[in-house]
Design a protein around this ligand. Structure first.
Ligand SMILES: NC(=O)C1=CN([C@@H]2O[C@H](COP(=O)(O)OP(=O)(O)OC[C@H]3O[C@@H](n4cnc5c(N)ncnc54)[C@H](OP(=O)(O)O)[C@@H]3O)[C@@H](O)[C@H]2O)C=CC1
Ligand SMILES: O=C1O[C@H](COP(=O)(O)O)[C@@H](O)[C@H](O)[C@H]1O
Length: 477
């Protein structure tokens, strides 16, 4: 595995810890090697010392000195300016070995380097069928730039060599969603417009932009989270049963969903979307700065740190069922969940609480993974009155063994050559096509994003978006 951007934050926080865990779990082939690349003039020892400092912080309680030393035997460092073709013959020489070896080139750099890296790899023959390329997000800034990157990469690599990563698809509970939907006969008949009132998908973060102000200000929440993670989750909820678990069978079904999303007109953007930006407040009792006071954020920036959207899917299964999507930084808590609200009973025979959906399926992805089915049952006592209760599947309680992190799972999939949890180019194109009218309308809007207090659930307009549709966000109902 060749890590372009081998000294960067993503490699330190996610990729090397994930590879370490895979090593410690015995999931890596004994011959597996990691070659980290960067421009710094470091020796292997200097690199390993740098990595260990970060690894201790990010691997936390699973860091074991013995395992770590063993893992380090797999790692090497090579100085390379990725944009300079002159360094690549040396790289090819370093990788020369068994002709059948699988080489995974993980491009953990800014995307403007991707085209050059692929061209340089091809020039030294590092694009044969044993080479796989992992492309990190964001893959472009809009449809045109995404197409430009994909075209440049496609000149040298076939589509089945390309692994466009979305780490949300590596989360255990996202795969559990597939297992639950297609492994039980109970849900399928209910999983449609006749029985589902609305679907809510939330990825809320309590963190702010941290040290990524520069990157974030040019990106915003719509490109950073909605165009990829939220749309992918929506696809997994809404797609038809695929014919098999083959990568293309799954990706074909997801593509149909994105293509069925109703396009936004400028008026829809006004009425069906909310963009917000956090101002100072408190998160978990700790005072925090507003977005405009964060490092590297230009004065008066209008970049959104919160998005809520009413999405509609124009197909037979989902016509008329709103899918509410929401994400934001500096919200009240870190939580990612999918809530399926089922329709109410047609006639309320037994009295009970009003305003609550009788049945909800809450699939929690993080911080802890669980699936909760809410329903009504008789309240204890003399009278026949309903009270809400639930059945809970707590995956942590069910198995206390360590759960593979999303990156660990996806890296192993790349090594095994499984593309099912990676995005195909046509999916990406359609996702950009859908978000672009929103981006365009926001960029020309005369009004700034709506402010919300850090530590809240976003701007009041977000609750109003749902109440106009006669519903409320899960935590408000
Ligand atoms: N950090 C995160 O949590 C996430 C990051 N991403 C994406 O991953 C990518 C990397 O992000 P991140 O790690 O945060 O970024 P960093 O800025 O921390 O790291 C960038 C890396 O790129 C390397 N680099 C830059 N220019 C060159 C060059 N010409 N030749 C060789 N190496 C070069 C740098 O190495 P050096 O300076 O040593 O040469 C450094 O290792 C970005 O596209 C980001 O959007 C995606 C999801 C999450
Ligand atoms: O891709 C990204 O995801 C993270 C959130 O990921 P999570 O697994 O911690 O929920 C987000 O903070 C970051 O801005 C974004 O680029």
């Amino acid at each position: 595995m060749v890590l372009f951007g081998g000294t960067g934050d993503l490699v330190m926080r996610k990729l090397l810890p994930a590879l370490y865990q895979a090593h410690a779990a015995g999931s890596l082939n004994n011959n597996g090697r990691v070659l980290a690349l960067g421009r710094k003039d470091w020796s292997r020892e200097q690199y390993l010392a740098f990595v260990e400092e970060h690894a201790r912080v990010h691997i936390k309680e699973y860091f074991d000195v013995g395992q770590w030393q063993h893992f380090c035997e797999r790692i090497d460092y090579y100085r390379l300016d990725a944009s300079d073709a002159a360094g690549y013959p040396g790289l090819a020489e370093k990788l020369a070995g068994h002709p059948q070896r699988v080489v995974v080139c993980y491009l953990a750099t800014a995307p403007d380097l991707f085209a050059g890296i692929c061209e340089n790899l091809a020039a030294v023959g590092l694009n044969d069928k044993h080479v796989r390329v992992v492309l990190e997000k964001p893959l472009g800034h809009d449809l045109a730039s995404s197409n430009a990157i994909n075209d440049a990469v496609a000149k040298h690599f076939a589509e089945d060599q390309l692994y466009r990563i979305d780490h949300y698809l590596g989360k255990e509970s996202v795969q559990n969603l597939l297992a639950i939907r297609f492994g039980n006969s109970l849900f399928e008949p209910l999983w449609r417009r006749e029985w589902v009132r609305d679907v809510q998908i939330t990825i809320a973060e309590d963190l702010g932009v941290e040290s990524r102000g520069d990157f974030y200000d040019g990106t915003g929440a719509l490109r950073d989270m909605v165009q990829n993670h939220l749309l992918q989750l929506l696809c997994f909820v809404a797609m038809e049963p695929p014919a098999s678990l083959d990568a293309d069978a799954i990706r074909d079904e997801k593509l149909k969903v994105v293509k069925s999303l109703r396009p936004f007109t400028p008026d829809d953007v006004l009425n069906k979307t909310v963009r917000g930006q956090y101002k100072s407040g408190a998160v978990g009792g700790r005072p925090v700065k507003g977005y405009l006071e964060e490092d590297h954020i230009p004065a008066g920036s209008r970049t959104e740190t919160f998005v809520a959207i009413k999405a509609e899917i124009d197909n037979w299964r989902w016509a008329g069922v709103p899918f509410f999507l929401r994400t934001g930084k500096r919200l009240q808590e870190r939580v990612a969940e999918i809530v399926i609200n089922f329709r109410d009973v047609p006639h309320k025979l037994v009295p009970g609480p009003s305003g609550l959906p009788a049945n909800q399926l809450v699939i929690r992805l993080q911080p802890e993974e669980s699936i909760r089915l809410h329903f009504m049952a008789k309240a204890p006592g003399d009278s026949l009155v309903l009270q809400p209760t639930y059945l809970n599947l707590d995956f942590h309680e069910m198995s206390r063994s360590r759960r593979a992190d999303a990156y660990e799972r996806l890296l192993l999939d790349v090594i095994r050559g499984s593309l099912a949890l990676f995005m195909r180019r046509d999916e990406l194109v359609e996702a950009w096509r859908w978000v672009e009218p929103i981006l365009d309308t926001w960029e020309t809007a005369t009004t700034p994003p709506k402010q919300y207090t850090a530590g809240s659930w976003g701007p009041a307009a977000s609750s109003a978006l749902l109440s106009r549709n006669g519903v409320a966000w899960h935590e408000e109902s």
